[in-house]
Every structure is written in structure tokens, then in C-alpha cells.
Design a protein. Structure first.
Lengths: 265, 261
């Protein structure tokens, strides 16, 4: 009985100390990453290469997803709006939901699945095959040569991809709303133009994307860098990247939305 | 050139090295042998500054390695090459780019000169013709030779070899062995080889250090190894399954475990 109680408290203690350990590790990792960032930022060739792998290769899935999300939004939005006789506001509804929320959030979720998981697996495998150790032995810091460019690529490509997602979405809504349903073309665009604020909505959405890119990028390189050097270790690290990134994005979105849009209306 | 004194090291609570003393003079080839998990690779990690000892001192080329900061350590490592067990080639770069990597990262040499240097290094290991291949297209022996060319690219004063013969066919073992010897003579390198391959070691090394129980068990010239009647070395040399290094991993008593207490 007594040993069960001991074991119980031990388990609780272990749970929290290991979480704390992880947190400390992540903080130190982030710190040392920030320290090499200014060196890494000048290696534009390396960053462009990662931008290609993470950003450019994600274009198709982002654009197609955006198109479909916009189309669905248009169908659903029209169904509700026409009950109140304001179907012309479709453009506003679609644009605001895309620019403020769906663009940044869905892009970040797709990016986590498409690009970040690959980054984690790549770094994890480089570690397992001693490529990072070999680099370190050649007096080249893997943090600035391998980790930092991949992190920066996520930060840079996220807002660009979100912008493309949003644009594709608005285009999809236009196809459904204007071309198929027959809402007035002029009303669709002019109401959108009048109601979407550049500073609050567009820049706000962009800011969200940058924050998401930072979080997703950081999680993916962290999980890869500390992945156990086994097949199982890399598999679970990749899974953790997607799960943690997705949760982090949704949580950060809530926090940012409250901070940005609470005082409006 | 390399001086290890009273070094202790443990992973978590498991002691690996219990006070190691060894010295390597300039230009020497020293082989470090011992059972698996006996701390040979750990010793290389300590010399390279990848690990920090719990106590004791590691002096390489006049520098107290554990006390160096990152910058100084990197400066020292430009003069220290390391060949990893499976080569550790960068899988996303061609053979050429792998060997060019240290030049591109560490020097400001113009690209034509880098090309010449890389081709010279590849020629030395006999793989100039493979310069456009990717590492995945190489055999194990070829990959190890490319890794060797990359490791000596900047003409290090000290080379560390982590099991350079493991997993290779006898021909590749011979080739790598001869390359190590030649590099040592041509460039005056100091080399430490961690290995299980007794035959190749005896042919290659000036001195053999045998580790056991986290300590230097014997430090002798190759010829003495063949003749010694030291139980541990005989077990090692003759490949006996049981001896001072037990066949069984320590555990509960066999009968007790089978029949219950």
C-alpha cells in the first residue's frame, strides 16, 4: 500500500520534472538558435534553398486548399446571407474570414503537415547518421548551417503562403458567388474593398502568420534536433512536430485574436 | 601531441572510463582496442571535445580541451580530422561537394582552386571518377574513402578514426589501412584509431592500447600482442566467447530466474 502511494507521488513528480526539463531544454535551444541567427541570416543561399523545399514545394497544396476553402465559404455564406437579403455582402464575409482567420491558421496547419514534418525527419536522420556530428567536427556549427536556415525559411514562407491561400480563397468565392450564383460583380468587390481594413485585417493576419511561422519552425527544428537516433525516435518526433505545431497554432491564434480584435467593433 | 590524464567519465550513473592515462606523440599511429561498450568511442569524443570528462585533463596540441570555449574549440578542430564509423557523408551533396564542404566553409579560396584541391584529395583515395555520384550510390568502402578524403581536406595535424574498418570487406579494409598509413607518413599526422580489427591494427599501428574496465589494460607494441599470454588480450585476439570478458551480460542467477526464488 505504502509503496503504491510512493509510486503514485513519484510518478506525479517525474511528470512535472521531465516537463520542466523539456521546457528548459527548449529555452536553451531557442537561446542558442537566436545567438547564431545573425550569422545564418547572411547565408542567403542556404535560406533560399530551404525556402524552395519548404515554401515553393508547398505552393500547390496551399493554393488548391485555399481555392476549395473559399468556395465552401461562398456556398455556406450565401445560404445564410440571402435569408437576410444581403447576399452582396458575400465578398466581405469571405474576405474577412480568410484574411483574419482561415488564411493564417489553415496555412499553418497545412505547412506543419507538409513541410515541418519533413524538416523534423530530415534533421533527425542527419543526427542519427552522424552528419551533424561530422559537421561539428569540421568546426562548422550545425545550428547555424542546418538548423537556422530551416527555421528562417518557415518564418519567411508562412506569411507568403498565407497570402496566397487567402487570394486563392477569395478567387474561389468569386467563382461560386459571382460566376455561378450570380451575385453582382461590382457589389462583391466594392463591399469587400470598403470593409477590409489594411492595417487591422491584412497586417493583423500577416502578423499572425509570422508568429505561426516562428512557432511551427521552432517546433520542427527542435523535435528533429533532439530526436532519438532510431527509426522509432524519428517517427515519433515527426508525429510530435505535427501535433504540437497544430495545437500551438490554434492556441496562439486564440491569444492573438483576443489581443488584436477585442477592442474593435 | 595528445595527453590524457586521469580521465573519468560516466553516462548517467554508468561509469565508462575510470581514470585513463595515455599519451600520443607527434607522428604516431596509436590503436585503441577493447570490448564493445568499453569506452573507446567515448575516449575519441573526449579528445575531440564533443564530451566533457567528469574529472581529469585532456590536452591536445597544448590546449586543455574541456576548458575551451566554442570558438577556441572550433579553432582547434580545424587541425583535427575525424573519420566516423559509417562515414557520415552529407546525403544531400554529391561526392565532390562533400569533399569541397570544408574548403567552402572554412576558407575563402576561389572555386577553381577548390576544384583542384578536391580532385587531388579524391585522386588520393582513388575515387576521382566518382565525384558526381551521390553518397547513396556508393558502396560502404567507397563511402568510407570519400569520408576520409573529406576528413583530411584541410590537412589536419591529428586524425581520429572511429572504427574505420567496421562493416567493410577485406579488400576495402586493406585499402583504408594503407591510406591511413600513407596519410600519416606523407603529412606527418598523428593518428588515433579505435578499432576491433586486430590483423589490420597490428600491421598499421606503432602502439596498441587495450582498454578494459574503463582503464588502460596494456600499452604495447604490436609484436608483443601476438606473443602475450595475457588472458584478456588472448581472448580478444583469438575470438574466444568466454574469458575475462564474460559471455553473459550480468543478471540474476540462471536457476533462480528459471525456477523462481
Amino acid at each position: 500500500m505504502r509503496t503504491t502511494i510512493y509510486a503514485f507521488f513519484e510518478a506525479i513528480g517525474h511528470f512535472f520534472t521531465s516537463r520542466l526539463d523539456q521546457l528548459g531544454l527548449a529555452a536553451r535551444f531557442t537561446g542558442s538558435l537566436l545567438l547564431v541567427l545573425w550569422v545564418a541570416i547572411r547565408r542567403t543561399g542556404l535560406i533560399i534553398r530551404e525556402l524552395y523545399f519548404s515554401g515553393v514545394r508547398s505552393l500547390l497544396i496551399i493554393a488548391v486548399s485555399g481555392l476549395f476553402v473559399g468556395m465552401v465559404l461562398a456556398v455556406q455564406g450565401y445560404e445564410v446571407l440571402q435569408r437576410y437579403g444581403s447576399a452582396e455582402s458575400l465578398g466581405v464575409i469571405v474576405a474577412l474570414s480568410l484574411v483574419r482567420e482561415l488564411g493564417p491558421v489553415v496555412t499553418a496547419l497545412l505547412f506543419a503537415g507538409r513541410a515541418s514534418s519533413a524538416v523534423t525527419a530530415e534533421i533527425g536522420l542527419m543526427r542519427a547518421t552522424e552528419q551533424l556530428a561530422a559537421m561539428d567536427m569540421m568546426a562548422v556549427d550545425p545550428l547555424s548551417r542546418v538548423i537556422a536556415p530551416r527555421f528562417l525559411a518557415a518564418v519567411v514562407s508562412m506569411p507568403l503562403l498565407a497570402a496566397i491561400f487567402t487570394t486563392a480563397g477569395i478567387f474561389g468565392a468569386w467563382i461560386i458567388g459571382v460566376q455561378l450564383i450570380g451575385i453582382d460583380d461590382g457589389a462583391f468587390w466594392s463591399q469587400m474593398q470598403a470593409s477590409v481594413d489594411v492595417r487591422v485585417d491584412v497586417l493583423g493576419g500577416l502578423l499572425k502568420s509570422v508568429v505561426f511561422g516562428t512557432a511551427v519552425g521552432l517546433i520542427s527544428v527542435f523535435e528533429g534536433y533532439f530526436a532519438a537516433p532510431t527509426a522509432e525516435g524519428i517517427a515519433s518526433a515527426t508525429t510530435r512536430t505535427v501535433v504540437t505545431s497544430s495545437l500551438a497554432v490554434l492556441l496562439l491564434d486564440l491569444v492573438l485574436t483576443i489581443m488584436m480584435f477585442r477592442g474593435l467593433s | 601531441m595528445i595527453d590524457v590524464h586521469g580521465v573519468r567519465f560516466s553516462y548517467a550513473d554508468r561509469p565508462i572510463l575510470n581514470g585513463i592515462d595515455l599519451g600520443v606523440r607527434k607522428g604516431e599511429i596509436v590503436a585503441v582496442m577493447g570490448g564493445s561498450g568499453g569506452g573507446k568511442t567515448t575516449l575519441l569524443g573526449l579528445i575531440a571535445g564533443r564530451l566533457k570528462p567528469d574529472s581529469g585533463s585532456v590536452i591536445v596540441d597544448g590546449f586543455e580541451v574541456p576548458k575551451l570555449g566554442k570558438k577556441e574549440l572550433y579553432r582547434l578542430r580545424r587541425r583535427v580530422g575525424m573519420l566516423f564509423q559509417f562515414g557520415a557523408l552529407f546525403t544531400d551533396l554529391t561526392v565532390f561537394d562533400n569533399v569541397a564542404f570544408p574548403y567552402r566553409e572554412q576558407t575563402d579560396l576561389p572555386e577553381p582552386m577548390i576544384r583542384t584541391l578536391v580532385l587531388m584529395k579524391l585522386e588520393a583515395v582513388g575515387l576521382r571518377g566518382a565525384s558526381d555520384l551521390m553518397p547513396a550510390e556508393l558502396s560502404g568502402g567507397m563511402a568510407r574513402r570519400v569520408a576520409l578524403a573529406r576528413a583530411v581536406a584541410l590537412d589536419p595535424a591529428i586524425m581520429l578514426y572511429d572504427e574505420p574498418f567496421t562493416g567493410l570487406d577485406p579488400i576495402s579494409v586493406g585499402i583504408i589501412g594503407r591510406l591511413i598509413k600513407r596519410l600519416n607518413q606523407a603529412l606527418g599526422m598523428t593518428s588515433i584509431i579505435v578499432t576491433h580489427d586486430l590483423n589490420e591494427t597490428l600491421r598499421l599501428a606503432d602502439r596498441v592500447i587495450v582498454l578494459a574496465d574503463g582503464k588502460v589494460h596494456r600499452d604495447m607494441v604490436p609484436d608483443h600482442i601476438r606473443e602475450t599470454d595475457d588472458a584478456f588480450i588472448r581472448q580478444f585476439a583469438d575470438g574466444l566467447p568466454d574469458g575475462p570478458v564474460p559471455f553473459h551480460y550480468s543478471g540474476k542467477d540462471y536457476l533462480t530466474e528459471l525456477l523462481g526464488p
